[in-house]
Write a protein that binds this ligand. Structure first.
Ligand SMILES: Nc1nc2c(ncn2[C@@H]2O[C@H](COP(=O)(O)OP(=O)(O)OP(=O)(O)O)[C@@H](O)[C@H]2O)c(=O)[nH]1
Ligand SMILES: [Mg+2]
Length: 224
């Protein structure tokens, strides 16, 4: 007898993720997953989003890190109730899994029209195959990582609905332009939707909020 453990783990994860996705859809809650390498600006984007958010609904979050509750604390300080998952306690430390996310939902009070963010552990490889119940997935690639990352980590781009080129205010200091990264993203996925953002200057944040607002409004109506 041969057991394909990795296929079984993925199938179990997918089943739980599908249940979460449906449960949130019925509740009228939009769920957006955030994926990036460590430090590309996921939490900073959520902090900026909280400052500018005028609805519909409230923002909440589940955040994954190997250790510390630092990100949940940062988010709570800007008014986003957040549950921290420390993945060192869950076997595969390098990404979130659907069972832990499903359990974390119990600690939140979600209401129709809310948006739930799931910030994954910083990693462009391991999280990709593990769906968590998100309706949409957003990948962040900061200019500080260099222009070739979309080409080196193509699945992180292929399996997402929106790509954000982050920290564009730093572009002059790191010898790569936001346009070069956007072009690399489109080489991997010609139809990719790409926005260039900076939480430092505010560039692109209105476009990001409008992307989000449209999807939150659809979710509230029951059709994400
Ligand atoms: N200049 C500049 N710095 C930024 C921007 N966005 C984030 N940063 C900085 O980048 C660093 C990492 O940001 P985080 O928001 O913690 O990144 P993260 O992706 O949540 O990191 P992990 O959760 O550890 O993977 C922080 O020092 C931020 O202040 C930006 O748009 N411009
Ligand atoms: Mg973070």
């Amino acid at each position: 007898l041969r057991v394909n453990l990795s296929a079984d783990i993925l199938a179990d994860n997918e089943e739980i993720a599908a249940g979460t996705r449906e449960w949130l859809r019925d509740l009228g809650v939009l769920c957006v997953g955030l994926l990036s390498s460590p430090g590309a600006g996921k939490t900073a984007l959520l902090e900026a989003t909280a400052r500018l958010w005028t609805g519909p609904g409230n923002l909440q979050a589940i955040v994954g890190d190997v250790a510390t509750a630092a990100d949940a604390e940062r988010l709570a300080r800007c008014g986003i109730p957040a549950v921290q998952i420390n993945t060192e306690h869950h076997g595969a430390a390098c990404h979130l899994g659907a069972p832990a996310v499903a359990r974390a939902l119990d600690a939140l009070e979600l209401a129709r029209g809310d948006t739930l963010f799931v910030e994954n552990v910083g990693n462009l490889v391991c999280p990709v195959g593990f769906r968590l119940g998100e309706h949409f997935r957003v990948v962040l690639l900061s200019v500080a990582e260099g222009g070739d990352k979309p080409l080196k980590y193509p699945r992180a781009v292929l399996d997402t609905d929106l790509a954000l080129v982050t920290k564009v205010d730093l572009a002059p200091h790191v010898d790569v332009s936001a346009e070069e990264i956007a072009a690399a993203i489109r080489r991997v996925r010609p139809s990719a939707e790409v926005l260039a953002v900076s939480v430092r200057t505010g560039e692109g944040l209105e476009e990001w909020l409008s992307w989000l607002r449209g999807r939150a409004a659809d979710a509230r109506g029951g059709s994400p």
